[in-house]
Ligand binder design. Structure first.
Ligand code: UT7
Length: 360
């Protein structure tokens, strides 16, 4: 039996912080509303590309696994905000890392992309088709925001997380997974002009997230709740056997509702959305790495991932952590410095959008 052990991990959070107080200067909202409805207090805003965030997180993950980029057989780059589509953003990362032996694929399942990628890459390793995978969740969601839409602009942040999966004889890694997509719900969460149809029709650029928050909320709780129950049952476990629950970090109230629905324990949940908000595909690896750094991950633990996103996609993964909870190696890689605050970066983006709208 081949297992797909998690042997390396790394994350990259850009330094510029955008607080709720900063957002109050941009739109009609309040810190009190944002904290009480979502749990979010601040988020990070990137001054570099998505692929650059991913490069730093991935380099840290490879160092933690103690392997070179040439040893990677496959890069799965989960993202909702690709820098480029043709060629894909995974190949930018492959080039930047020097991962010359790796296949490179972008995986778009919106915020569920990391769970999809983790399950798929684990299955490829378990089937024997590859030995080493780099699974990345990385987002520059700030570039997709319309800062005049308060219902969405407050929710998201930028960041990247990466893990290395390696074939192993040790009983560790992926145990069970469940993926799905709720039919007839595409319009609940969408970026309508973010694709070739809009370009083919020469529609003016109007890239904005539109969504029906409450409808998504209800479907997210059901989708994630069902997926969690399915993977726990498939693994032959009970809820008490779970040691850590690492959910997609969309909204603290959604997380609490899922945990309540499955009869889980909030003390076992890892929450980072107060500091980083919803970073889509990167929210689970960022939270996993935070738990590792805080010493919350112990050898042999049963860990549950669950996520939902536009589609509406949903999914869960159950895994058993291996023996090692500390990195094998470290790297001094970091992002290029910036003296810009989060608010500086967003005000510049707003000015660019206004200039574009005046000339089109
Ligand atoms: O990861 C996938 C992407 N994430 C999601 O899809 C998020 C899912 N949904 C949610 O997290 C929640 O539904 C939201 C946080 C988006 C909204 O929370 P809610 O408790 O469902 O609020 P609501 O949409 O029912 O809005 C309540 C009120 C409305 O005013 P009225 O109609 O009651 O007068 C909104 O206009 O809050 C108003 N509102 C705001 N007020 C201040 C909406 N956004 C804001 C805001 N600041 N930013």
């Amino acid at each position: 039996m081949i297992y797909a052990d998690i042997t390396g991990w790394g994350r990259c959070l850009p330094p510029a912080v955008l607080s709720n107080a900063d957002i109050e200067t941009l739109m009609d909202t309040s810190n009190e509303w944002i904290v009480s409805r979502t749990g979010i207090q601040e988020r990070r805003i990137s001054h570099v590309t998505n692929a650059e965030l991913a490069r730093v997180a991935s380099t840290r993950a490879l160092a933690a696994a103690g392997i070179s980029a040439e040893q990677v057989d496959m890069i799965a780059f989960a993202t909702s905000t690709p820098d480029e589509c043709i060629p894909n953003t995974a190949s930018i990362l492959q080039n930047a890392l020097g991962a010359s032996n790796a296949a490179a694929v972008d995986i778009n399942a919106a915020c569920t992309g990391f769970v999809y990628s983790f399950n798929m890459m684990s299955d490829m390793i378990r089937a024997g088709s590859i030995k080493t995978a780099l699974v990345v969740g990385s987002e520059r969601l700030s570039s997709l925001m319309n800062w005049s839409l308060r219902e969405s602009a407050i929710l998201f942040g930028d960041g990247a997380g990466a893990i290395v999966l390696q074939a192993s004889d040790n009983e560790a890694g992926f145990v069970a997974g469940k993926l799905g997509c709720v039919p007839d719900t595409r319009e609940l969460l969408a970026v309508p002009d973010f694709g070739l149809d809009a370009i083919a029709q020469f529609r003016p650029l109007d890239v904005s997230i539109v969504f029906s928050g409450q409808e998504i909320f209800k479907k997210a709780v059901k989708g994630m709740g069902d997926a969690c129950e399915a993977v726990v049952a498939e693994a032959g476990l009970g809820l008490d056997d779970l040691d850590l629950i690492i959910p997609h970090q969309a909204n603290a109230r959604i997380v609490e509702a899922v945990v309540r629905r499955i009869g889980g324990d909030m003390d076992k949940v890892v929450l980072t959305l107060d500091k980083y908000a919803n970073t889509s595909t990167s929210s689970i690896p960022i939270a996993l790495i935070e738990a590792l750094e805080q010493g919350r991950v112990k050898p042999g633990m049963n860990i549950l991932f669950t996520a939902f996103g536009a589609g509406l996609t949903w999914g869960a993964s159950l895994l058993k952590w291996g023996e090692r909870v500390t990195p094998l190696g470290e790297t001094d890689i970091s992002l290029p410095p910036t003296d810009k605050t989060g608010l500086d970066l967003i005000n510049a983006a707003i000015a660019r959008r206004q200039a574009y709208e005046q000339t089109n």
